[in-house]
Design a binder for this molecule. Structure first.
Ligand code: CAA
Length: 245
């Protein structure tokens, strides 16, 4: 129970990686605000956490819309009075080869993955500077180094790395950490959407020979959110079975 008494917001927590992260933080004792766009998914994660004795609420929020982000923070403060941990996990992909990518595919991915992470991080930074504590964990991706079919996604996730390192430098004096995790190829609805031949290519690049599980990433999030990681900031940590070495 490393997170007893802490309050966490997890974006995109209705399924996949975000759900795994929310369940783990709750298991470690945090009260978790589940942020998602699909009410049914958010509700079911809250029920799952409550059924195992944890604390959670949900708020429907599109992180790419500033008013909705502000409403999410208001709701969290009303419910729990503070925000100790922010996990920016919400993300989308609109994969296409660069020469065929539409402006809409580019804009949608940048809006959610990068601008959404900026809105959320800025709102958290304001609160955490005041309380002089906090941990921000951004979910980037191994794709930030470039991945065929993902010019938009890779650019957004590389942007998240730059945002993370800047936030880390600015917030360090206030006792607030900001780190990024780069999941490799993790079994989620997002990765299940890739063509079979690409699945084989991706798993073929993993020295451990298998795709990861959401819990592999959630374990790293819980560590970075805990006091054990108080002296770690601005890091970009791969969780990918050796996919990026
Ligand atoms: N590595 C190497 N080669 C790849 C590749 C990859 N990751 N992805 C595609 N290619 C190759 C294909 O094998 C193909 O080669 P050939 O022409 O020799 O057959 C070529 O690139 C073009 O691919 P397609 O024929 O599939 O072209 P398309 O226009 O029909 O589709 C695409 C393009 C939509 C990008 C499709 O290839 C695709 O969906 N690729 C998957 C992209 C991907 O890796 N997404 C990751 C999703 S998971 C995620 O985003 C989470 C995370 O953080 C990693």
């Amino acid at each position: 129970m490393r997170l007893e008494g802490k309050t966490a917001i997890v974006t995109g927590a209705g399924r996949g990686l975000g759900k795994g992260i929310a369940l783990k933080l709750a298991q470690e004792g945090a009260s978790v605000m589940i942020c998602d766009m699909v009410e049914e998914n958010a509700q079911s994660v809250v029920q799952e956490i409550e059924a195992s004795g944890g604390k959670a609420s949900y708020q429907i929020c599109n992180v790419a819309v500033l008013d909705e982000v502000n409403a999410l923070f208001e709701k969290t403060l009303d419910a729990y009075g503070k925000v100790d941990i922010l996990v920016n996990n919400a993300g989308i992909n609109r994969d296409s080869m660069l020469h065929k990518m539409s402006v809409e595919q580019w804009d949608q991915v940048i809006a959610v993955n990068l601008t959404g992470t900026f809105y959320m991080t800025q709102a958290a930074a304001k609160l955490m500077r005041e309380q002089e504590s906090g941990a921000i964990i951004n979910i980037s991706s191994a794709s930030w180094l470039g991945n065929v079919g993902q010019a938009n996604y890779a650019a957004s996730k590389a942007g998240v790395v730059g945002l993370t390192k800047t936030a880390a430098r600015e917030l360090a004096k206030k006792g607030v950490t900001c780190n990024a995790i780069c999941p490799g190829f993790i079994e989620t609805d997002m990765t299940r959407g890739v063509p079979e031949k690409v699945w084989d290519i991706m798993v073929g690049k993993i020295p451990m020979g298998r795709a990861g599980k959401p819990s592999d990433v959630a374990n790293m999030v819980a560590f970075l959110a805990s006091e054990e990681a108080d002296y770690i900031t601005g890091e970009v940590i791969n969780v990918g079975g050796g996919m990026v070495l």
